[in-house]
Design a protein around this ligand. Sequence first.
Ligand SMILES: O=c1ccn([C@@H]2O[C@H](COP(=O)(O)O)[C@@H](O)[C@H]2O)c(=O)[nH]1
Length: 488
Amino acid sequence: MAEFESKLKDLIIKLHEIEAVKFGLFKMKSGIDSPVYIDLRSIISYPAILETVAELLWEFAIKDIDCNQLCGVPYAAMPIATLISSYSKTPMVIRRKEAKKYGTKKLIEGKFSPGDKCVIVEDVVTSGSSILETIMDLQSEGLRVTSAVVVVDREQGGNYNLSEKGVTMHSLCTLSQILQVLKDAGRVNQEIVDSVKKYLAASQIHLDSTFFTAQPLTESVKPSRLSLPFSVRADQATNPVAAKLLKIMVAKQSNLCVAADVTSASKLIALAETVGPYVCLFKTHIDIVEDFSAQLIQQLLAAAQKHNFLLIEDRKFADIGHTVSLQYSHGTYKICSWADLVTVHPVPGEGVITGLKSAVADLHRGCFIVVEMSSAGNLTTPSYISSSMEICKKHPDFVVGVVCQTPSTLNNPGLLQLTPGVSLDCQNDGELGQQYNSPEDVIMLRGADIAVVGRGIVQAADPVQAAQEYRTKLWAAYEKRVSSLKLA
Ligand SMILES: O=c1ccn([C@@H]2O[C@H](COP(=O)(O)O)[C@@H](O)[C@H]2O)c(=O)[nH]1
């Protein structure tokens, strides 16, 4: 993974050098001025770069996807798809922009059978409309398409629009990642980063049911998670804890979870009492508290009741069902006796959830499944994420949501996306691996419903003021998301 990341960083810098990624003022197809322009058509003039793009797309996503056909979106992605096809020996089809007017009148060139599973390859995604147009033609010829693999996600709604149509998008990098790499390499300054971020937040595109034009949502289109208010979603929750959490969020106008990573009982309680009024969730790592006692738990529960928040123990259970059921209910912490929610790694398979459930038959409890982590070099792959989501779907009575970083991972409006790695001031914590996004970005671009903020609050000079600021910014971003997706 470290090798992959280093190759990706080199690639981003090279794309900037050959001006495939440019900053300035560019008139887009929509007529809007953009401060960034990405044009990967030019990479055919740089065979080594083209080869790296193809290799990374294959390694990063396609090799894990169950498919027997590839299709590059015309025209920029066709050479990339051709290279991947040749490299991986996966057959390829080509979609004509217009059906031939003579001879075979074919729309799709290449040999395929109805039912073949095809992955779309695309260079840059903005709204996702080109991918959807391609998919419609492929589907009309009987091909099955559920995944698209792209080089750059401009983060303007493409991921969301595709997921709305049941297409999972995997991107090699996002525009935010490109900015980060170029900023770290001293290629762009903060002013450019800020102008692109501002542009992204203001230029989200939501496609209507016909795919092609950005128009208001019609009654016939089923609104999805990101566009629905929490008040409506509370009624769609299949888990009582998820419903309760959504109602708390509405009542307190808070989608802030504080990560209370402190090592003494007095600090933990002081934090719960002072930031409690501003949070919907209070997240603990109870095993880092040096003077843990049963009294601490009583105090935490009292604070949770007084300030109306839920407790989540970020235990990240990751063992066989029998073991996790014991870890959850026994030992020093007896987690299930007090934590409304816990986090779980799905790596052991479904048994980890059934194990936890078996320990709490009569209690109102739930879990968040960690399907994707915020840390640099984490090992989650697209296929891990989609298999994890299958587990999630099988336990609607216990799974409250997922911990992840991308908006298309979760569609069900009755579930919640919890996203850590949020800071107003930092982009990372150096060698420790944490990667941060701003409150606005995690809600608008990454699809978070609840943002987890740790050191940004706990280590602030004034944690209460910091909690108020994060809460205000996160809630404003949520309101903006709902209204922009409704009106777009
Ligand atoms: O992918 C993940 C999953 C969990 N975390 C947890 O969130 C907080 C983040 O703290 P910061 O101080 O804001 O970095 C911490 O408790 C982690 O264990 C995560 O960061 N990433």
